[in-house]
Design a binder for this molecule. Structure first.
Ligand SMILES: [Zn+2]
Ligand SMILES: [Zn+2]
Length: 390
């Protein structure tokens, strides 16, 4: 089959690779119908996240048709149209039983690459996202192996088109979880840093959960327009306002937002301890540039408010804990626990309350995917997400 492979820093190529096979009895093989770019891919493409190997198939937001079914799979059959969250989760360990699916204890075979940096506790695995996150082949390909298929595969109802279901793989559950963390009460004002796929989904989810006003913050006019037109958010272009805190202060009558969501992140750092020193310079450079969103959210939040972090972080220095403590903020954060949210998201989608298809601003064949990532990296032509159809 054809697949988009990482061959080195800033070197993506479409190659012919072996077709995936059933390895465990709980696996299915999925024929990919749609797969999309994610901002978090850019960091291993740029070389900021180590533990990629030449030939690795990338991509972790996808959907498809079940092509082949392992003997122990119960809920999924050949021909089913399914969407799958990005994290590989077993469904049986203590964490999965608590709905903390991205913390699964059983799916990451390379825990030793992560554990030393996380106090000895590795995360679950992610498709197509470095060997530290498990080394599973990704979705920018004709076919893909999905382990623990009964836990990961969610049937797409007939009324939903592929592009309406695709983003329920990652952007939507991550944004929805971010809003869920905010314990939104009637009358609440929620501010969201970032109007990419995750940020827009977080804004829409905040409204679904009862927020009275949502404020989106970004610097790209076309993304801010999406937040206004598709979500109904108010917006701040931080390139036009030197003092975002003052603007938020004024917009909220001097009180500050009740909850602040960071959907920007700073993935300046990887998980292989041997790479830490090599990457230190880049880490520091990015920490200075991009920790800004998180620090701003901490400063902007009202006293006693909630700070919800879904932007992805490596090592963050200069985290103003004293501000968090003295303002009495509650901090909640996680990688997406998609399997916990997919049933609710599919219900919202079927009722017409959540249609993320507008995130698909561009469509490419898999053969054109390296060019698509070039455009995605530089946000050319107003691109929010490029979608590949193998
Ligand atoms: Zn993603
Ligand atoms: Zn598990």
């Amino acid at each position: 089959m054809r697949a988009l492979c990482w061959e080195g820093v800033n070197d993506l190529r479409v190659q012919t690779v072996p077709d995936p096979e059933i390895v465990n009895p709980h696996d299915v093989i999925l024929k990919i119908t749609m797969s999309t770019t994610c901002g978090s891919d850019l960091h291993f493409i740029d070389g900021y996240i180590p533990s990629m190997r030449p030939g690795d198939v990338i991509g972790h937001e996808f959907m498809g048709i079940v092509e082949e079914v392992g003997p122990e799979v119960k809920k999924v059959k050949k021909g089913d149209r399914v969407v799958v969250p990005s994290f590989v989760s077993c469904g049986n360990c203590w964490y999965c039983q608590q709905d903390l699916y991205s913390l699964c204890d059983n799916t990451n075979p390379n825990a030793e690459l992560q554990a030393p940096l996380l106090g000895g506790y590795p995360t679950g695995a992610v498709y197509g996202y470095t060997h530290a996150f498990g080394g599973y082949a990704g979705s920018h390909a004709g076919y893909m192996r999905v382990p623990h298929a009964d836990v990961g595969c969610f049937h797409v109802p007939d009324g939903l088109r592929d592009e309406q279901a695709l983003f329920l793989s990652d952007a939507a559950p991550t944004g929805y979880m971010a809003a869920d963390f905010c314990n939104i009460q009637p009358g609440d004002i929620v501010a969201v840093w970032g109007c990419g796929g995750v940020g827009l989904m977080a804004q829409q989810s905040a409204f679904l959960m009862g927020a009275e006003r949502v404020i989106g913050i970004d610097r790209f006019p076309e993304r801010l327009r999406m937040a206004r037109e598709h979500v109904g958010s108010e917006t701040i272009n931080y390139a036009e306002h030197s003092d975002v805190l003052a603007v938020l202060h004024e917009m909220t009558g001097g009180r500050g937002p009740d909850a602040c969501i960071d959907a920007v992140g700073m993935e300046a750092h990887g998980f292989g301890p041997g790479y830490l020193y090599d990457r230190a310079k880049q880490t520091l450079r990015l920490a200075t540039d991009r920790g800004q969103a998180l620090r701003q959210a901490i400063m902007a939040c009202r006293k006693g408010g909630i700070l919800s972090i879904v932007g992805v972080y490596g090592v963050m220095d200069k985290f103003p804990l004293g501000v968090v403590m003295n303002k009495g903020l509650t901090v909640r954060t996680a990688q997406q626990h998609g399997q916990a949210y997919l049933p609710r998201l599919l219900d919202h989608a079927v009722r017409g309350e959540l249609d993320p298809s507008y995130l698909m601003t561009h469509r490419f064949s898999l053969e054109d995917s390296p060019r698509a990532y070039q455009m995605f990296k530089h946000k050319e032509d107003g691109m929010v997400r490029a979608v590949f159809t193998p």
